[in-house]
Design a protein around this ligand. Structure first.
Ligand SMILES: [Zn+2]
Length: 293
């Protein structure tokens, strides 16, 4: 059987074939519902040292995180590692060993190690378990059977470990939208929101590299000023596109506003989608015409 490490976004040393050779793993796949942390019971043990222990001891775990925070994988993520001393636990959980920085009795684990383990656990929750880590699916070894593992130190900081893992999980699962400008907005909702923003009073809009007061821009548009400004021409096109996509007749809004006809503005806006919220008080009094560049 060939090795098959997880598609993690950080390096994973592949010890799967070498662990297979020990025979201390059950090659049967299970749906994983939890993640369990361990300490590996040795001060600054390397990934190789852990493998050598498992050559003779009938034990294994899916992963080990060393003192520097680097990750090695020994057991395929859905398989049954000989890790937690409980059949259901070994079927359902993914086990991560952590190197100790000190020995008995504290079994201190360095920040670099437990934070790397938390990051790995968060990735496993996001990509294998498909659940946010919490007290019901994120454990230390002694949840499953009688043992001190993962040691008094990890027990003492467990709320921190859980919080860090949740933070990493949220970062991995939250889709970050790239900042949009008017020219690259894609969805009708974006456009509606932007149109609402355009017609509200205090906003400064960025067009290209320039910032413009919306009230001034609206007035320029009403007056047809700015013909020699690429920014204004672009802004006009963008506002028109916003209106088209949002179902607002932008030209009619400007025409009504330019006559000071608040009722006309109201009628035009009422005709648009109800989700376009416009602050009518924002329709500006005409400022002095800007000087043409
Ligand atoms: Zn353990």
């Amino acid at each position: 059987m060939s090795g098959s490490t997880i598609a993690y976004d950080l390096p994973v040393a592949d010890y799967i074939a070498r662990l297979d050779a020990t025979g201390h793993v059950t090659h049967q796949s299970f749906t994983k519902k939890s993640v369990t942390l361990h300490h590996n019971g040795g001060v600054n043990f390397s990934h190789d040292t852990i493998l050598n222990i498992w050559v003779t001891r009938p034990a294994s775990a899916h992963f080990d995180v060393d003192s520097a925070g680097s990750v090695a994988q020994y057991v395929r993520v859905n398989e049954y590692a000989w890790a937690v001393g409980d059949t259901t636990g070994n079927e359902e959980t993914i086990s991560i060993e952590m190197a100790d920085a000190t020995g008995d009795p504290t079994w201190h684990v360095s920040d670099a190690t437990w934070k790397a383990a938390a990051r790995l656990a968060a990735w496993l929750f996001a990509n294998v378990v498909h659940a946010r880590p919490d007290a019901g699916n994120y454990f230390v070894h002694h949840h499953w059977s009688q043992t001190g593992c993962a040691g008094p130190y990890i027990d003492s900081i467990w709320s921190q470990v859980l919080a860090e893992t949740q933070r990493q999980y949220d970062a991995l699962t939250t889709t970050t939208q790239p900042a949009k400008d008017w020219f690259t907005m894609a969805t009708v909702d974006d456009l509606k929101a932007a149109l609402s923003s355009v017609l509200s009073t205090a906003n400064i809009v960025t067009v290209g590299t320039s910032q413009w007061s919306v009230t001034h821009v609206l007035d320029w548009l009403r007056r047809g000023v700015g013909g020699n400004s690429a920014d204004i021409a672009g802004l006009k096109a963008a506002v028109q596109a916003l209106g088209d996509k949002a179902g607002v007749d932008v030209q009619a809004v400007y025409a009504a506003a330019s006559k000071g006809a608040q009722d006309g503005v109201q009628a035009e806006i009422a005709g648009a989608s109800a989700s376009v919220q416009v602050n009518l008080s924002a329709v500006p009094a005409a400022p002095a015409a800007p000087s043409v560049q």
